[in-house]
Design a protein around this ligand. Structure first.
Ligand SMILES: NC(=O)c1nn(CC2CCNCC2)c2c1CCc1cnc(N=C3C=CCC=C3)nc1-2
Length: 314
């Protein structure tokens, strides 16, 4: 089911790890850096407090994240090792524990805040790794739905490691076949039940705001926002409140700063399209050929990205 740790397979507990610094905190979970006492290997362990999960009504979120991580951990693609791995889970009376890949270099947002905008070759490299990751994710029928720089972690070798699948949706076969049509009634019902939208304001797609349908194309919208942000240093849709940002998204109200390169402008313009089925890549089957062949990515070998030394972010 999930990959065994180096030690012989056995049911784990918190006693098998030395817990270190806090890597991140949420309303019902805390993520710790931890070391396996048997192998000294470092992991990120997400500890979810059971009573907080209930208080925050996050049972579905936790269940969805575990299901998604299990699918990803069972279907690792060598040329797209771009996701946190779930090594094992265990629980005690108070908490659930998820033992995950530790991404030593933090997240993409941290680097964007540090250097402002990326140099063109960096934006192209990391944009390409995200495309390669989305291609694998969508081939498995998984839509992330909350892709953003904060959820794109960086490994010790500075390759991307995508995390936080609590907002993800695993499409059923029918939905996968009809990816540009309405979702199942169950999905529509799920959306109507949601008091808040799925995703994060700056990167959420119009169709999620409209609560109409979840298709892989909503991650292509987020890709457009992230490429824009790597090139410009700021996300395309900005405002003083989530509502103000939503208004701009629904009206496709964004601008390109002076000096924004033409190839980057063209691919972002083809991704930030209100109609999901009209976005670059939305009609591709299997591989995102139309995205990978865009001039913005000229010269990049997508299948070999994970083997090369990423360009220095500066
Ligand atoms: N919510 C999570 O699942 C999660 N949260 N974090 C820490 C966050 C810190 C802010 N940016 C987003 C991630 C993690 C994970 C998954 C698993 C995971 C693996 N490695 C790291 N690594 C970090 C390294 C340095 C600083 C922060 C995180 N972090 C996580």
């Amino acid at each position: 089911m999930t990959e065994n740790l180096e030690a012989p397979p056995m049911k784990r507990s918190a006693n098998d790890f030395i817990f270190g610094k806090v890597l991140g905190e949420g309303s019902f979970s805390t993520v710790f850096l931890a070391k396996d006492v048997h192998t000294s290997k470092e992991f990120a362990i997400k500890v979810c407090q059971k009573r907080h999960i209930i208080r925050e009504k996050k049972q579905d979120y936790v269940k969805r994240e575990k299901e998604t991580l299990l699918v990803l951990s069972k279907n690792v693609k060598e040329s797209a090792p771009y996701f946190v791995r779930l090594y094992c889970t265990f629980q005690d009376p108070e908490s659930l524990y998820f033992v995950l890949t530790y991404a030593k270099k933090g997240d993409l947002l941290g680097y964007l805040n540090k250097v402002g905008s990326f140099e063109d070759h960096c934006s192209k490299f990391y944009g390409a790794e995200i495309v390669q990751a989305l291609e694998h994710l969508h081939c498995l029928g998984i839509v992330h739905r909350d892709l953003k720089p904060e959820n794109i972690l960086l490994s010790e070798s500075m390759h991307i490691v995508i995390t936080d699948f609590g907002s993800a949706k695993i499409l059923n076969c029918v939905e996968m076949d009809e990816k540009n049509k309405e979702n199942s009634e169950e999905d529509a019902g799920e959306l109507k039940r949601k008091s808040s939208f799925v995703g994060t304001a700056q990167y959420v797609s119009p169709e999620i705001l409209n609560r109409t349908r979840t298709t892989p194309s909503c991650d292509l919208w987020a890709l457009g926002c992230i490429i824009y942000q790597m090139v410009a240093g700021l996300p395309p849709f900005r405002g003083h409140s989530d509502y103000a940002i939503f208004q701009k998204i629904m009206k496709l109200e964004y601008e390109y700063p002076d000096g924004f390169p033409d190839d980057a402008r063209d691919i972002v313009t083809q991704l930030l399209v209100l109609e999901p089925s009209e976005r670059l890549g939305a009609k591709d089957i299997g591989s995102y050929t139309s995205v990978k062949s865009h001039p913005f990515f000229s010269g990049l070998d997508f299948e070999e990205l994970h083997k090369v030394k990423p360009p220095e972010i500066c």
